[in-house]
Design a protein around this ligand. Structure first.
Ligand SMILES: C[S@@+](CC[C@H](N)C(=O)[O-])C[C@H]1O[C@@H](n2cnc3c(N)ncnc32)[C@H](O)[C@@H]1O
Length: 208
């Protein structure tokens, strides 16, 4: 994983600071839209959240079987607290998901990779996509969201997106090309209205 781990952006690996920045961005509003218009989970769906962070998205999902993985122990601790306090169900694991871990898991209707791809090199992203492929049920969907560079976006959005902690922020073709090397269908949608200030997100829905 490539991320900037020095200076101001390094403190974002602490869950409270990460959540505070998410609050500044107006992430709750964005997550509500991400959930209702893109994830579209239904009760009893199996949902795997790879790189779940502090698992705020769980608050916006219905009565699903939720499994969250993250390599950052601070985030998983905060995610456990969040689920406990909000009386939401879910299994949280402090680990980087791999083939061995997948063997122990059920197959999933929905896999979420939210805010992760822009931290991964092309090779790492393709490896992750292959892992997702073997985690999905037939007809299952991978849903992603990441900051994105697009022609004509506002100067502020371009500046913020370019200075993200993740070192692999791409344009639409960059993200889509990677996922298309593993999935037969990759639908993309760009939005500029998910944050409190000018910012550009790309959502992808990938199917086998
Ligand atoms: C920007 S945060 C997004 C967290 C959460 N998904 C969200 O939407 O708020 C990126 C997350 O990806 C995790 N991560 C980084 N590299 C990863 C990898 N190779 N596999 C899974 N998760 C990873 C980080 O620990 C971090 O929690």
């Amino acid at each position: 994983m490539s991320e900037i781990t020095h200076g101001l952006r390094s403190v974002l690996s602490y869950s409270r600071i990460y959540d505070f920045f998410q609050w500044i961005m107006g992430a709750k509003h964005g997550r509500a839209i991400f959930s209702s218009e893109y994830i579209k989970a239904r009760d009893r769906d199996y949902v795997l959240d790879i790189g779940c962070g502090t698992a705020e998205i769980r608050l916006f999902l219905p009565d699903v079987e939720y499994f969250g993985f993250d390599p950052n122990a601070h985030y998983i601790e905060a995610a456990e607290k969040r689920l406990r306090e909000s009386h939401k169900t879910g299994a949280l694991l402090h680990a980087t998901l791999d083939e061995a871990a997948l063997v122990e898991l059920p197959k999933f209707d929905i896999v979420l990779v939210s805010g992760v791809l822009h931290h991964l090199s092309d090779d790492e992203a393709i490896q992750l996509a292959k892992l997702v492929k073997s985690a999905l049920k037939e007809g299952g969907r991978l849903i992603t969201i990441d900051p994105c560079l697009v022609a004509g976006q506002s100067f502020i959005a371009r500046y913020l997106v370019s200075h993200d902690r993740g070192e692999h922020v791409r344009d639409v073709e960059g993200y889509q090309g990677l996922m298309s090397s593993v999935f037969s269908s990759v639908a993309c949608d760009v939005r500029h209205d998910l944050a409190r200030f000018p910012y550009t997100h790309l959502m992808m829905e990938c199917m086998l």
